[in-house]
Design a protein around this ligand. Structure first.
Ligand code: GRF
Length: 216
């Protein structure tokens, strides 16, 4: 059984969708820890409610970013995790941390990367006038939001969208996309070739992308 740690900073809705699908679909993995860098994160309580071990490592308790990273790395090593799953985790992890767990750190980003890395993706997508926005699951490398792409889902931008409305529709696809992609990873079904990821044996109908249908 592989071990997953989910790192969060906020409400943890992606963490909850991963936990639900991991259990329902009997992945060869289980979530051994939900860790927040913010002690007050709502997701911690939600995790506890599901019976998941939840804890916080407050980044504010550390003078330097590298010290926080080291404490987090130590905890993850003590837990012997196979996968470090970032789900709304709002801290950039330094190069040393990433190198230590290379290939085992996964993130979901609310845009179609490489468009709109960084923050405020929904507002920036609206300002840029793109008609397709979305979400990306990728492996984490030391270049922010630019690691190999495991899967993407596109969300149409509608006339009259504002950042909040668009964010809500992107979040709905994130809750489908992240479990799909993480399951493939824990099942060893993703082959990484440089910047590209592909499914080892695509089963019928399985693709590394989908498009959310626009609301009727
Ligand atoms: C998601 O949109 C995720 O892509 C982004 O932060 C948000 C986290 O939401 N990085 P939640 O905490 O999973 O509800």
């Amino acid at each position: 059984m592989q071990k997953i740690a989910v790192l969060i900073s906020g409400r943890g809705s992606n963490m909850l969708s991963l936990a639900a699908r991991c259990r329902e679909e009997r992945w060869p993995a289980r979530i051994v820890a939900v860790i927040s860098n913010r002690p007050g994160a709502a997701g911690l309580e939600a995790a506890t409610g599901l019976g998941l071990p939840a804890e916080s490592i407050d980044h504010k308790a550390f003078a330097e970013r590298a010290d926080f990273d080291a404490a987090l790395a130590e905890r993850l090593e003590a837990l012997e995790v196979d996968w470090i799953v970032l789900a709304g985790f709002m801290r950039v992890l330094g190069e040393a941390f990433v190198a230590r767990f290379e290939g085992r750190i996964v993130n979901i980003h609310p845009s179609l990367l490489p468009s709109f890395p960084g923050l405020h993706t929904h507002r920036r997508a609206l300002e840029a006038g793109v008609r397709l926005h979305g979400a990306t699951v990728h492996l984490v490398t030391s270049s922010l939001d630019l690691g190999p792409i495991v899967a993407q889902a596109a969300v149409p931008v509608l006339d009259g969208d504002d950042p909040d409305g668009l964010a809500e529709r992107v979040l709905a696809v994130e809750h489908r996309l992240y479990p799909m992609a993480l399951r493939w990873l824990v099942e060893g079904r993703i082959i990484v070739e440089g910047q590209r990821c592909r499914l080892r044996d695509p089963r019928e109908g399985e693709m590394q992308w989908f498009v959310a249908s626009p609301p009727a």
